[in-house]
Design a protein around this ligand. Structure first.
Ligand code: ADP
Ligand code: MG
Length: 397
């Protein structure tokens, strides 16, 4: 990686073997002046209060002066290879760490460049000066590019980690809110279900008139739907803690298939379990893996039309368990894809948009990965989790 960047920089400025040769030849002539050049460099730095603010005092300056001399020497001598790049990178990172504003990189390099130029003009015959100055400029620009690059890497890293933090905070707030709401809803919902059942039983004793029974049955169906939603909300809100034990994943797959077969049939679709070992024991959190599969299978069923097919598959090796849920539905449109793991994001009327966000957090909890392959001929989710739960966080998707 690092050599790729270095090679790119060297190629960009047209740094060639002849340049390296000229710089090596310059070294013995310039070496006696290194101390004076370093002196001038730190004079300029001390003269600038804001740049000098990052220095702690004379002792540090002395140490840095020696580093600078070493830097001048190794820059001229080369080789301009991986080690050269690593050394410059360390210096760049250090400047970022101590908080030197990056524009001082340019001014500081300018001081050095002028000092080099002054000496070179004195040392070389007038007609030999130009190529040497050219080689020096190429070197110093590459040096600058490497060091300034670290400011960008740093600010990108900060941006990414801030973005992650904001997302995690937002998620936690949503989970708290959802948990509170779901718990409030659960008791009255259960009470209503119970009362409705009572009412239905009493009605059946006195009458078999469907006009009396039907509204109750419909209300019960609605309450069932509400319960499903509530369970999804609770799964989203539950604090994610992993309780692992040895479980047969084959059993989980078969259970989910049994549970959802009816829903598939109601749609006129078929749910099949393909390629499933007789037994596959893994050290996992079984209810969570169950939930992962259930959410994926539900989405798959909801995606297919009549005559469609949803396929569940499982395989594994010594290290990992792979769960695969595939459907022949219309696929996930490109603009929807990046959002499917967002809580509350749904393209369905009445969807909670929580299913995939739960999948993501539970797979992540298992230290697993999610691979998505989707197109106009269908969608396949591949979940891979370690056979022995390692407590990773973060998920690769
Ligand atoms: P919900 O199912 O409530 O909409 P999910 O979080 O389960 O929420 O899914 C989010 C969105 O991802 C869905 O609304 C849908 O647009 C998309 N999606 C997920 N799985 C599939 C699939 N198998 N086929 C097509 N779209 C899917
Ligand atoms: Mg869903």
């Amino acid at each position: 990686m690092s050599t790729v960047i270095l090679d790119e920089l060297l190629a960009y400025v047209g740094f060639e073997a002849a340049d390296a040769e000229r710089l090596r030849a310059l070294h013995p002539a310039l070496q006696p002046h290194f101390a004076a050049i370093a002196e001038r460099f730190y004079e300029a730095l001390w003269a600038n209060p804001r740049a000098a603010a990052v220095l702690s005092g004379p002792e540090q300056t002395e140490r840095l002066r020696l580093t600078l001399i070493e830097w001048m020497s190794s820059g001229l001598l080369g080789p301009h290879d991986e080690r050269f790049y690593e050394k410059r990178s360390r210096i760049g990172r250090r400047h970022v760490q101590i908080g030197l504003p990056q524009h001082y990189m340019f001014t500081a390099m300018s001081v050095l460049r002028i000092a080099y130029h002054d000496r070179i003009v004195e040392l070389y015959a007038p007609d030999a000066v130009a190529p040497v100055l050219g080689s020096v400029d190429k070197l110093l620009d590459v040096e600058l590019a490497i060091m300034v690059g670290h400011y960008q890497i740093d600010s990108e890293q900060k941006l990414v980690s801030r973005e992650r933090r904001i997302q995690a905070d937002r998620l936690a707030a949503m989970q708290t809110l959802t948990a509170g709401l779901a718990h409030e809803v659960r008791n009255p919902l259960n009470a209503a279900k119970l009362q409705l059942e009572l009412l239905e039983r009493r009605l059946r004793r006195t009458s078999s008139d469907p006009r009396l029974l039907e509204p109750g049955e419909l209300a019960q169906k609605e309450l069932e739907r509400l319960t499903l939603l509530l369970n999804e909300f609770l799964a989203f809100a539950r604090p994610p803690e992993l309780h692992v034990d040895d479980h047969d994943v084959t059993l989980i797959v078969r259970q989910v298939a049994e549970l959802e077969r009816l829903a598939a049939e109601r749609r006129g679709a078929e749910l099949v379990v393909a390629a499933c070992p007789v037994q596959l024991v893994a050290n996992i959190d079984a209810p969570k893996v169950h939930q992962i599969l259930l959410n994926l299978v539900r989405n798959a069923i909801e995606a297919v039309s009549a005559g469609g097919l949803v396929t569940l598959a499982l395989d594994g090796n010594d290290d990992r368990v792979r769960l695969c849920v595939e459907d022949d539905g219309p696929g996930i449109p490109e603009d929807v894809r990046p959002r499917i793991y967002e809580p509350f994001f749904s393209t369905k009327e009445g969807g909670t948009g929580l299913g995939m966000s739960i999948v993501h957090s539970l797979v992540s909890l298992h230290g697993g990965t999610i691979d998505l392959d989707t197109g106009p001929r269908g969608t396949r989710f591949d979940i891979s989790i370690p056979r022995r739960a390692a407590r990773f966080t973060g998920v690769r998707t």
